[in-house]
Write a protein that binds this ligand. Structure first.
Ligand code: FPP
Length: 244
C-alpha cells in the first residue's frame, strides 16, 4: 500500500499479537503438502509485519513455532526451520533498510533445542537491530506461555534461594520483569485467523486484558484489509481493565 493511502485510526493498539494459524488447511484445500502452506504463511508474515510497522504499531508479536510444534512430522518441522533460516538471512541482507525503518528484532521463547545455526543467526539479528526501537518485532519460536511464566518464577526462586529476596515480597512486576517481553507493553489486541477460538499457550500472562479478534480467513490468505478490519474493531472496543 502506498504511504499516502494508509488508513487512519482514532486509536491504535500499541502491541498486537498474531497467531498465524491455518497454513496446513490452506495447503490441504489445494491438494498441496502442508509445508507449502507455511511457505505462503511466511509471505503473509512479511507483508503484515511491514504493513503494521508502516501504520505505526510499536510492537508486534508473531507466534511462529510453539513448544508443542516439535510433535509435528519431521519434514514439516524442517520446512519451518528452513523458513526461519531464509528469513534470518534476509534480515542480514536487508540490514540498511530495516535500520532506516527502526526495526528491532527480538525472539521470545526457550532457546534450548533450537538448531545451533538458527540460534547464531537469531543472536546476530538481535545484535544488528539492538539500537532501534521504532518497531519491536517479536518472533515467538519454541514459545509457550506457561513455560515462560515458569521460567520467570524459577528466576525469582533463585533470588529467594540466595537470600536476596523474600517470598512474601514477590510482586507481579517482578514476574513481569523476568518474562521474555520484559519492558514491552502488554498486547492490546490479539488476532487469530482460521476460525479457531483458542489462545493456545500464547502470551498467557500478558494477555490478561487483551482484546481478541478472530477471523475465518486462513493465515496465508490474510490481507492488509483483514488487518485493517481488526484494527477498526479495536477502535470500537471499550476497554475497562476490570473497572466500569
Ligand atoms: C500454524 O498453522 C502455523 C505454524 C505452526 C507455523 C507458522 C510458521 C510460519 C507462518 C512460518 C513463519 C516464518 C517466519 C519467517 C517467522 P497450522 O499448520 O497449525 O495450520 P492448520 O491448523 O491449518 O493445520
Amino acid at each position: 500500500m502506498d504511504k499516502k493511502d494508509l488508513p487512519e485510526f482514532s486509536v491504535l493498539p500499541r502491541h498486537v499479537g498474531i497467531i498465524m494459524d491455518g497454513n496446513g488447511r490452506w495447503a490441504k484445500k489445494r491438494g498441496l503438502p502442508r509445508y507449502k502452506g507455511h511457505i505462503e504463511g511466511a509471505k503473509t508474515f512479511r507483508k503484515i509485519g511491514e504493513f503494521a510497522g508502516d501504520l505505526g504499531i510499536e510492537c508486534l508479536t508473531f507466534y511462529a513455532f510453539s513448544t508443542e510444534n516439535w510433535k509435528r512430522p519431521p519434514e514439516e518441522v524442517k520446512a519451518i526451520m528452513d523458513l526461519f533460516r531464509e528469513y534470518l538471512k534476509e534480515l542480514d541482507d536487508r540490514k540498511a533498510e530495516n535500520e532506516e525503518k527502526g526495526i528491532k528484532v527480538n525472539f521470545i521463547g526457550d532457546r534450548t533445542g533450537i538448531p545451533k545455526d538458527i540460534l547464531a543467526m537469531m543472536k546476530h539479528s538481535e545484535r544488528i537491530t539492538a539500537k532501534k526501537d521504532h518497531v519491536i518485532l517479536n518472533i515467538a519460536i519454541n514459545y509457550g506461555g506457561r513455560q515462560e511464566i515458569l521460567h520467570s518464577v524459577k528466576e525469582l526462586a533463585k533470588d529467594v534461594e540466595k537470600g536476596k529476596l523474600k517470598a512474601k515480597d514477590i510482586t507481579m512486576d517482578m514476574i513481569d520483569a523476568h518474562l521474555y517481553t520484559a519492558g514491552m507493553p502488554d498486547p492490546d489486541l490479539i488476532i487469530r485467523p482460521s476460525g479457531e477460538y483458542r489462545i493456545s499457550n500464547f502470551l498467557l500472562w500478558q494477555s490478561a486484558y487483551s482484546e481478541f479478534w478472530y477471523s475465518d480467513v486462513l493465515w496465508p490468505d490474510f490481507t492488509e484489509e483483514n488487518f485493517v478490519e481488526a484494527l477498526r474493531a479495536y477502535e470500537h472496543r471499550n476497554r475497562r481493565f476490570g473497572g466500569v
